[in-house]
Design a protein around this ligand. Sequence first.
Ligand code: DSN
Length: 421
Amino acid sequence: MKLKNKDPKIYNLIRREVARQKEGLVLIPSENYASLEVLSAMATPLSNKYSEGYPQKRYYSGNKFIDEIESIAIERAKKIFKAQHANVQPHSGTQANEAVYLALLKPGDRVLALDLSAGGHLSHGAKINFSGRFYRFFHYGVNRKTELIDFDEVEKKALRYKPKLIIASTTSYSRKLDFKRFRAIADKVGAYLMADIAHIAGLIIAGLHPHPFPFADVVTTTTHKTLRGPRGGLILSKKRDRLDGSNLAQKIDRAVFPGTQGGPLEHVIAAKAVCFREAMEPGFLKYQKQIIKNSKAMVEVFKDQGFRVISNGTDNHLFVIDISPTGLSSLFIQQELEKVNIFVNRNMIPFDKRSAFDPSGIRMGTPAITTRGLKEKDCQEVAYLVCELIKNIKSASKKQKIKEKVKMICRKFPIYGNLRW
Ligand code: DSN
């Protein structure tokens, strides 16, 4: 690698980061290990090309091959998500959401979305995010007892606030989303329905989670979580606008470019096309099934070890444990786990009394460790190590033992083989 000699500082940091990823157990449910094919598509001179516009309608010359690549990505995305229209250009999930808002709303319009502490996302109307500043967001939550989405509340709030858009989404919600019910509520108040499936895209493609179409008008997602592609966003939609019969696909495209983005990242779009093809392979379904089996297996251990799991379990790739009874800070637990090479992220729990910076929950998930090849028993061993660390957080010798076990598990389930960057 030339970089080694030309820019040893960056080269060494890249190598160390790759080693960290290889030698640690990633339990952050929004992270994964993309295939070498996906990575190699990104590391190409496609990054050099300006291609503002869309296939056959570019503002620059020289887009003959780029057009073909983007068209293939679009067709593959439509196929795997059974969508009428796809825009593969959003740089991220938040940019995808931003473009949808621009396409469907005017500044100040009302939106109803899941509360951040109940599993929503910053771009779903958090006050500190553009979405919360430009649009009038109202939030629904979960039932205090079951910690499941409270559809009576969704309906009540929809009738009260008459939103123009309702968002069905998950980022730390471990149960299935009932898109049909959301549609029925949206219809009662004449609202659009957007599903943000960033976390569960892979499960949906595999048929392991209810499909947002035909209920949602627009679906946004990232491509790097359960879908296991490059870091990026994606918008899928119906062709026609349900409310006024106009061309919804065109509105979405215009909102992405020139509305909110400039030049698309064609090297990433090529990598998206590669991951969409991977999602058509039979192995993908097997992988998604294993993600859920592993997640459920881990939950059993946490419950068995006396931890409260939010909503008492999981139907998907993630779950959140309530660490408030331990009296420990979730930030501290996250940091101590990092020291033994286990990566989790602290997260708010429903009706959390603590701040988002040091909340009461730890969110964990299985997409990345399942990619490494861990099965139920192995995941239970990992869950047990997390419990052990939390219970013995002050014991240096315990932590040393846990660190060694993590090392052994990572050696047993290598990722990216012996490949060195
Ligand atoms: N989608 C978020 C997550 O779940 O980690 C990040 O924005």
